[in-house]
Design a protein around this ligand. Structure first.
Ligand SMILES: Nc1ncnc2c1ncn2[C@@H]1O[C@H](COP(=O)(O)OP(=O)(O)OP(=O)(O)O)[C@@H](O)[C@H]1O
Ligand SMILES: [Mg+2]
Length: 550
């Protein structure tokens, strides 16, 4: 049935159960005369109905939970229209049954009431999508009365009206009310009115379904983002299997599950921040925030307010209170990078948080408890700083509970190639390049270089090389100039044109041999030259072509 059909069905088509056409109850008490007399009086009733519809729409809009809104609607029908009991039933898509979702009045709300589709009056309304009226329930054998609670109601004659709740062309439930029986009740008006309330419930249901779908989407997006973050900063993303790095991984695995304060030491660009992330995402605090503060990046007079926050009016410009990074990291991890740059005044405050696990905002009097794991990092010689009076010794001991030393790249040569290939893949993808591998002479240059900027420098070198590389192979001449010069790289590359050309030619010949798996004729074809010229050059440069055969 289309929605328009349903609507017109609601307004024009309703059924009175024939078996119970009103004859007046034989032994029933006289009907109560309360505000329910409005059902008979169309003029007074019209105003009441309009104000009810307004209240119903407000109740459905205001409720955060759909069910709470429904209960409120039923209560309104009870208060203003004499419904002695009322229910909203919804079709359970999984089981195909009809179940009570909300109820009000003389209903046993503890009881879980269900009907099969088509069963009883309620089940029939949901199945047919047609409103039904039972003027006298005592005369209707199909009236099941499953949800009734108050026995005294059994002595009174009731009228039962049930209207469908139509949504997107389907009947998704029904709104059912019991009224005290009155022989002159206008069933048509009442049914039409309830039909409008049913349609409003349907619209609210749709809105709640959309909101719920959005919420579910956000929850699943959030979960996958967390997984992605864990993947990004977990162990799996740390490249390098050298002996030195394996020791680092072992230490990270030992300390991550504890709450111990960690001090990461090592030259700039060795991967200290990556390790701090790995510790956090492999700890019980992984679902809580990871907050980073670079002590060198912030002006020294701002660092204290940045760490501990401030109250309104703490200093000129503090127009509103602000949470500090300690508060933002509550329950999680605070990573203080370049801790060696922290000024002495802030060192004292930091020491207090570490000792007492509490602090106050700047200009504040309220003491705030703190549950934060601290990880710090430095490339500075802290012992020297202590000797020079720039770093507090007591703070040093508090921070240095578990120290991890990240070795410089030049001391873990086996990692260079792995890292270079990792960055090649990462940036090829990012820059839309199809560079598949690094040529042997370029690898030699990477291995010989002393990498003062460590992994960060290698990462930048590979990215820069990829930008200028238009072939599938990254060659030595694509590498940045710092690696090309003899002084910087420690490789004795002659810079004369003749020698540079020779080096390039040798590089290209070896590369072709590698692609052709040592087949010289094929390698010559790859370079669009003759076998004779190719063999001459291979001999000239003393290249052992057999080495490229598999
Ligand atoms: N083992 C590794 N595997 C993959 N990438 C790495 C590794 N180590 C470092 N990197 C990358 O190198 C860059 C520098 O690393 P990071 O920022 O962690 O160094 P750092 O020691 O904190 O440097 P600084 O002392 O200058 O702050 C980052 O982009 C990081 O992703
Ligand atoms: Mg860092």
């Amino acid at each position: 049935m289309k929605p328009s059909d349903l609507e017109s069905n609601l307004l024009t088509n309703w059924r009175v159960c024939k078996a119970t056409t009103p004859q007046g109850p034989p032994n029933m008490p006289a009907p109560a005369h309360s505000q329910s007399t409005d059902w008979m009086n169309p003029h007074a009733g019209e105003v009441r109905k309009l104000s009810t519809l307004l209240e119903v729409s407000q109740a459905l809009l205001a409720a955060r939970e759909f069910k709470t809104g429904l209960i409120r609607v039923l209560e309104i029908l009870g208060d203003h229209h004499g419904a002695v009991r009322s229910t909203v039933v919804l079709l359970d898509e999984q089981t195909g049954d009809v179940a009570v979702e909300a109820s009000a009045g003389a209903i046993d709300s503890e009881k879980s009431v269900r009907y099969r589709l088509g069963e009883g009056i309620t089940g029939e309304v949901v199945q047919s999508g047609t409103p039904m009226v039972v003027p006298q329930v005592s005369h209707e054998p199909r009236f099941l009365n499953r949800a009734a609670a108050r026995p005294e109601l059994a002595r009174q004659e009731l009228t039962y009206i049930c209207v469908p709740i139509p949504l997107d062309g389907q009947t998704v439930g029904a709104l059912c009310i019991d009224l005290l029986y009155k022989s002159d009740r206008d069933y048509e008006r009442t049914t039409k009115f309830l039909g409008v309330v049913g349609s409003m419930i349907a619209q609210a249901m749709k809105v709640h379904q959309l909101i719920e779908a959005d919420r579910q989407l956000l929850v699943s997006e959030n979960t996958s983002l967390r997984l992605e973050l864990k993947e990004r900063y977990g162990f799996s993303n740390m490249v390098g299997t050298s002996r030195a790095m394996q020791e680092v991984y072992e230490q990270v695995a030992q300390v991550a599950p504890t709450n111990t304060t960690v001090l990461l030491r090592g030259e700039s660009g060795t991967g200290k921040e990556l390790i701090a992330h790995a510790i956090h995402y492999n700890s019980a605090r992984a679902r809580k925030p990871f907050i980073k503060v670079s002590c060198a990046a912030l002006p020294q007079d701002l660092i204290e307010s940045e760490l501990f926050g401030y109250e309104k009016g703490a200093f000129t410009g503090a127009h509103a209170p602000k949470k500090g990074r300690f508060e933002l990291a509550e329950g999680g991890t605070l990573f203080l990078d370049e801790i060696g740059e922290l000024n002495l005044a802030t060192q004292v405050k930091l020491l207090r948080v570490l000792q007492e696990r509490e602090f106050e905002r700047l200009g504040g009097t309220q003491t705030i408890p703190s549950n934060v794991r601290l990880i710090t990092a430095t490339n500075k010689d802290l012992e020297k700083a202590i000797a020079a009076g720039d770093f507090r010794e007591d703070l040093y001991y508090r921070l240095n509970v578990f120290a991890i030393f990240v070795p410089p790249l030049r001391e873990r040569k086996p990692d260079i190639l792995q890292l270079a290939n990792h960055f090649l893949e990462k940036f090829s993808l990012q820059h839309g390049k199809n560079v598949k591998r690094i040529a042997t002479p370029a690898i030699d240059m990477l291995m010989c270089y002393h990498w003062p900027g460590n992994v960060r420098e290698l990462e930048n070198a590979i990215e820069r090389s990829l930008v200028v590389c238009n072939t599938q192979v990254l060659h030595a001449h694509h590498l940045p100039p710092t690696l090309q010069t003899a002084e910087e790289s420690g490789t004795a590359i002659d810079v004369s044109l003749e020698k540079a050309t020779e080096a390039f030619e040798k590089d290209v010949l070896q590369d072709a041999l590698k692609s052709a798996r040592g087949n010289r004729a094929k390698a010559a074809r790859l370079l669009s030259t003759t076998g004779r010229v190719f063999n001459y050059k291979v001999k000239k440069y003393g290249i052992d072509w057999r080495r490229f055969r598999e």
